[in-house]
Design a binder for this molecule. Structure first.
Ligand SMILES: *Cc1c(COP(=O)(O)O)cnc(C)c1O
Length: 388
């Protein structure tokens, strides 16, 4: 019997090694891994560049406190700000922490401006921002908050796609709107570009901040470095995590100069956040993702994958309801039982993960090969046939 607290319904399967898009299980089977630690291993398993980087750093220095200057951290922050809207970066260890500091910065910004009552964050119902006390109440899904009261105050909610509801929920106390650019756990729900543009405009008009949670959809996942780049807008605060560490736990929050000015020494901190070991991996991830042509290939593979999935939807309309997503953040909304469908894919050596709304998420590594996408498609097709 396991001594692990039962907060997951784990599959009885474990792995002895991974290589690129594949995982090799203890039971001898070879799986095509389109989970990749839920969009974490953005360069697949056992990536040579990442292994080299972490090995090299591990022989120098693993961890020093943030009371000292950490050159690897300076370098990664500089590269992230050069590449994006942001002027400053603060490093954490996870997505939830990155989102927490986003919330803290939004509140502190208005506090410093002499508006301490402007401290509420407007979020989407059934979103996902992490599992800390603050972020579960930001997310507001019943499954996540039930039993964990008292409710953390300071969050309001509106419904996805409901512009009227959104405008109605903005009050004088609203400090920021915080949404995932693409809702991952919530079922790969993409906020259309024109809505993102509208959201930015609305925030400008109401003088509130825009926080875009790119923990899942950022770092090249959609074929742009950030998913919001498609809409050509600039948010104020962006939490990231998952992909930036390529499998090593890293969280970070990116912020513009205006908002950053409110944070002072002592305003926030982290013991582990941004340690040299983590930063060496983060820099190696960027070495690959920022290479010329890399993101273009993600776009092309994403378009190919999505087009072929649409084709399967047309062939099996009783099985697939809708194909969602952008780049290599894709989901198929099923008409059949999601868990049974995922089990069948597993039986055929394809690993995928569920999302809300009866959606099956497909998260190949960003450097997935075309023939691996084709293999996944043939397995999905076979399973669709079995369900129709
Ligand atoms: C995964 C995720 C988080 C939480 O990240 P953790 O590292 O699990 O804390 C937050 N926001 C989004 C959009 C995520 O997908």
């Amino acid at each position: 019997m396991s001594s692990i607290l039962k907060t997951y319904n784990r599959k009885n399967i474990s792995f002895k090694k991974g290589k690129g898009s594949y995982l090799f299980a203890q039971n001898g089977k070879k799986y095509l891994d389109f989970v990749q630690g839920i969009a974490v291993n953005c360069l697949g398993h056992s990536n040579k560049t990442l292994i080299k980087a972490i090995n090299k750093q591990s022989k120098r220095v693993w961890h020093v406190s943030n009371v000292f200057t950490i050159p690897e951290q300076e370098k990664l922050a500089k590269r992230l700000t050069n590449k994006t809207f942001a002027d400053y970066v603060i490093f954490q260890n996870s997505g939830a922490e990155a989102t927490e500091v986003a919330i803290k910065m939004a509140r502190k910004y208005f506090y410093q401006k002499g508006m301490p009552k402007k401290n509420r964050i407007l979020c989407l119902n059934n979103s996902f921002h992490g599992r800390t006390i603050a972020t579960i109440f930001a997310s507001n899904s019943k499954k996540m908050i039930e039993g964990f009261g008292p409710k953390a105050d300071g969050f309001d909610h509106f419904n996805f796609g409901d512009h009227k509801d959104l405008e109605k929920k903005i009050t004088k106390k609203t400090a920021a709107i915080m949404v995932e650019t693409i809702m991952g756990e919530g079922g790969i729900k993409v906020i259309p570009d024109f809505c993102l543009t509208g959201l930015r405009k609305l925030c400008n008009e109401k003088k509130i901040l825009l926080i875009l949670d790119e923990v899942q959809c950022g770092i090249g996942r959609t074929g742009k470095f950030f998913a919001f780049e498609y809409a050509k807008i600039k948010p104020d605060i962006v939490p990231i995590a998952k992909g930036i560490g390529g499998g090593f736990p890293i969280g970070a929050c990116l912020v513009n100069k205006k908002v950053a000015s409110a944070m002072k020494p002592g305003s926030h901190g982290s013991t582990f956040g941004g340690n040299p070991l983590a930063m060496s991996v983060g820099n190696a991830v960027l070495d690959i993702i920022l290479k010329k042509g890399f993101l273009k290939r993600v776009q092309n593979n994403g378009l190919f994958f999505k087009r072929e999935l649409e084709e399967l939807k047309n062939q099996y309309p009783k099985v697939i309801d809708e194909v969602r997503g952008k780049g290599l953040l894709l989901g198929i909304k099923l008409k059949t039982n999601q868990l049974k469908f995922i089990k069948k894919l597993l039986d055929n050596n394809l690993l995928v993960v569920k999302a809300a709304d009866n959606v099956v998420r497909l998260l190949p590594p960003l450097n997935v090969k075309r023939d691996e996408i084709e293999l996944a498609l043939s397995i999905i097709k076979k399973v669709c046939k079995g369900f129709s």
